[in-house]
Design a protein around this ligand. Sequence first.
Ligand code: C2E
Ligand code: MG
Ligand code: MG
Ligand code: MG
Length: 284
Amino acid sequence: RVKERGRAHYQFYRTDMNSAITNFLAIETHLRKAIEKGELFLHYQPQIDLVTGKARSFEALLRWNSIELGPVSPGLFIPLAEDTGLIISIGNWVIENACKQIRLWNKKGYTDFRVAINISPKQLQQPNFISYLKNALEKHNVHPSSLEIEITEGSMENTNEAVPALKKLKKLGITIAVDDFGTGYSSLSYLKQFPIDVLKIDQSFVKDIIGNDKDAAIASAIIHLGKSLGVEVIAEGVETALQADFLTKEECHKAQGYFFSKPLPANEAEEKYLSLPMVLQEYS
Ligand code: C2E
Ligand code: MG
Ligand code: MG
Ligand code: MG
């Protein structure tokens, strides 16, 4: 009896697993065709300067609206793309399209802004990554200072290769940010070896910045560390006025999060943050 129940349970579990695996395969199958079917696009989330209240930088976040599956979260398809190697072609698509958008904005007269793109460790490890990025900038006539790359501590583990690669990117004039800072290992020694311009405080520390003394202490420590090192600090996942006030008082440079704006389609980001604030700035 016990055995039977065990087996039944096992079969139930296995059926469940099978459907999970089938879903995963289905997602992969559709993801492989997402670029050619034109299902990918970028949203832009403003990063607010806490002194001026204006946005002069945006994070480009990938969106996939699958014809068959509907909208699929990056939290689901990015890890899958990383596991299957699809992240290379998808990452290249992101580079091309972010550059195209920057150029489009430049042509409209907006030059004083930066777009940050997320780069996976596998992308950075590609021997031709730097030349690909350089070619994309040249092809689209984009100045390197308009581009920022966000890497995670996962990209920094392979120090011997990553340090020279990032130094080359920095030399080109590209800004380098560390995403999800504080969630990986050896952050402090990385700070010494890598040419970092920006630290992004992970949203897990920002979430309870008001109620949790430890989170508040960690966030403050990262802000002060950034200041001492001459590195810009951005807080991610800012959802409330209290969180924004805390960060402003601690003299955090920038904040990004739903309190200010969710990630927006390019035209909305332009309307709300590139065009309007500049006009307000001139007349106020
Ligand atoms: P990330 O780079 O740390 O991006 C921040 C995530 O937080 C984004 O999720 C953003 O939409 C979300 N977010 C922004 N403000 C708030 C807030 O106030 N509260 C909360 N709870 N969340 C907020 P998203 O767009 O779902 O992306 C998830 C992750 O997927 C990103 O984390 C990044 O690691 C990855 N990703 C997104 N686009 C790309 C891409 O083009 N290439 C690569 N390699 N990874 C990407
Ligand atoms: Mg990011
Ligand atoms: Mg992050
Ligand atoms: Mg993240």
